[in-house]
Design a protein around this ligand. Structure first.
Ligand SMILES: [Zn+2]
Ligand SMILES: [Zn+2]
Ligand SMILES: [Zn+2]
Length: 318
């Protein structure tokens, strides 16, 4: 067993102190200037750019940043990863802007029913819904919703509605992928996974189940033990990580880099009829059935969503 490293080795400054360090314009300007610099910046260079005519405060502020957000090297000052992350958060636009896009229809089609799809962006959240069926999420979301999550404002720039939806799918999958392998995409912390299983799942005409008010029987929540970043996903997303499933799709025409976008009209025929169920509850064992063009794959997963087996099932009869 790989023993955890001693927490004493990874202790740093308290969060309050880190926030306090950043609460100053000169210091943020230092981070921005180092970000824009081609390479390491000497003290004199940095002072000339950030605080020309400064009498001594600059040195104090730079000292506060050094160690935590900025590193002093023989060649000059450079950003540490933490400093880069601060600048990136600003560049993502979530701190500096609050754009919104009013609800409007798109040329995207609903993967479930082929109906018209509407998209809206507000409070840094993109929401996509079908105007003709129940979508995937009932409870608390507008009718027909099947995508609803945070998307940084910078992602809106230079993209049309359909491109934004597409980018949101890509971003979602790229955040979920490391979480499915136990690593937080935001802080690299450890991920815990838990499940919500609907005990009497049955979907009606709208595609939603009256009991759980969603399309899917099993939902999984991935949460970081450190920063509490969390994502709730349809459990069967995990089944699509197996190379046998990708090969199955590929032989039937999937032509997309993995991880493939899930709830899109492009990939509708691969994912539209997937079903999932809990075959045992203590501990959980799950079965995911993936029917495409009359062939079926059956994927078994354990409670950690590790894949136990992938088998060819009986051909679809109805
Ligand atoms: Zn629909
Ligand atoms: Zn249900
Ligand atoms: Zn985290």
């Amino acid at each position: 067993m790989d023993a955890p490293v001693d927490s004493a080795e990874i202790e740093g400054i308290p969060a309050e102190e880190a926030f306090a360090i950043l609460g100053n314009e000169t210091r943020l300007e230092v981070l921005r200037t180092l970000w824009e610099a081609e390479g390491p910046c000497s003290f004199a260079d940095l002072r000339r750019k950030v605080a020309p005519g400064d009498k001594g405060n600059f040195s104090y502020h730079l000292g506060k940043l050094t160690g935590h957000f900025v590193r002093k090297t023989d060649e000059g000052y450079v950003l540490r990863f933490a400093g880069e992350q601060v600048v990136r958060a600003v560049l993502a636009g979530t701190i500096t802007s609050d754009p919104s896009i009013p609800p409007d229809t798109t040329s995207e089609r609903c993967l479930y029913c082929g109906g018209t799809v509407e998209m809206v962006y507000d409070e840094e959240v993109i929401s996509v819904r079908c105007t003709d069926c129940g979508g995937a999420l009932g409870d608390g979301y507008p009718d027909g919703t099947y995508m609803h999550y945070e998307f940084p404002p910078a992602g809106l720039v230079g993209r049309g509605r359909e491109e934004i939806i597409d980018a949101a799918h890509v971003l979602y999958d790229s955040k979920i992928a490391p979480m499915m392998k136990g690593v937080c995409p935001e802080c690299a912390g450890r991920i815990a996974v838990s499940h919500d299983v609907c005990p009497d799942h049955e979907t009606g005409d709208s595609g939603l189940c009256p009991e759980c008010d969603t399309r899917y029987e099993v939902w999984s929540r991935y949460e970081c033990e450190n920063c509490l970043y969390s994502r709730r996903t349809v459990m069967w997303f995990a089944a699509l990580n197996h190379p046998a499933v990708i090969a199955f799709f590929h032989r039937r025409g999937l032509d997309e880099k993995v991880p493939l976008r899930k709830l899109t009209s492009d990939n509708a025929r691969f994912v539209r009829d997937i079903t999932e169920t809990a075959v045992e509850t203590d501990p959980y064992r799950f079965r995911v059935t993936v029917p495409v063009d009359g062939d079926t794959l059956v994927v078994s997963l354990d409670e950690n969503l590790d894949i136990l087996s992938v088998d060819h099932g009986a051909s679809e009869t109805g």
